[in-house]
Design a protein around this ligand. Sequence first.
Ligand code: SF4
Length: 238
Amino acid sequence: METGEKTLRDITGALEDFKKELPKYGWFPGPGESLEWWAGYRDPFHIAVTAVLVKLSRWEQADATLRRLTSMGLGEPRALANASLELVEGALKSVSLWRSKAQTLKELSKLFLSHDLAREDVREGRRLLLNVHGVGYETADSILLFAFNKSTMPVSRQTLRILGRVGLKLGASYERVRLGILESLGGDVYMLKLLHSSMTVIARVYCKAKATKCGSCPLKRACNHALETSQGRIIVES
Ligand code: SF4
C-alpha cells in the first residue's frame, strides 16, 4: 500500500476484524444501541460515573470505586446527590483528583435527576454536561455516546495519536476532529463505539506514545507510519 491521504473507511475493515479482541480489555461489542460496550454495564448512570472517575486514573480504580459507591448505597443519582460531600470524597480516595471528582459526581447526579439526557439532542446534551464542574468535551461525548447512544465521538489523545500515525488528517481542534469523524462514519453509533473502543485498546497495547508494535498491530496494513518504518526506519518494539 502507498502512503498518502487516508480516510477512516480505510481502517474500518481492520477494526471489524479486531472487534473479537476487545472483550479481553473490558469492552463488549454488540449492536450499536447496546450499553454493554462500556465494560458490560447496563446502567447509563454507572457509565457516566465511571467516565468521570477514569479520567487520569486506571480503569480498574474507576470500576472498583463504582463498586464501592454501589455497596454504600450511592450507585444511583438520588442517593449520590443527597450524600454529603465528605462521604463521597471518602469513597473516591483511590482515584486521582478525588476531591474535584466528588463534586463532579454530585453535580452529575443532580443533572440526572433534573434532565432525561436520553431525550436531549447532542447539542443540548453536551451543553448540559459541559456545565457540570469538571466535565470536559471528551467525558461529555463519552457519556452521550456510550450511556445514551447519541451520535457523537469522544476525541482522546490516544485517538489523535493513532489516526495521525495512520495518516488521517482530520483537523487541529477537538471539534473539527469530532465533526470529521462523524462525517466520515455517517454518524453511525455502532461505528463510533467500535472506533473509540478500538483506539483505546490499540493505544494501550500497540501504539504507545514512545513505542510502537507495528508488526502485530491490527492497523499495520493501512498505516503510513508502519509502512515508512518497514521501509528502513527503526521500529521501537517494547
Ligand atoms: S501500525 Fe504502528 S504506528 Fe500504525 S497504528 Fe499500529 S502501532 Fe501505531
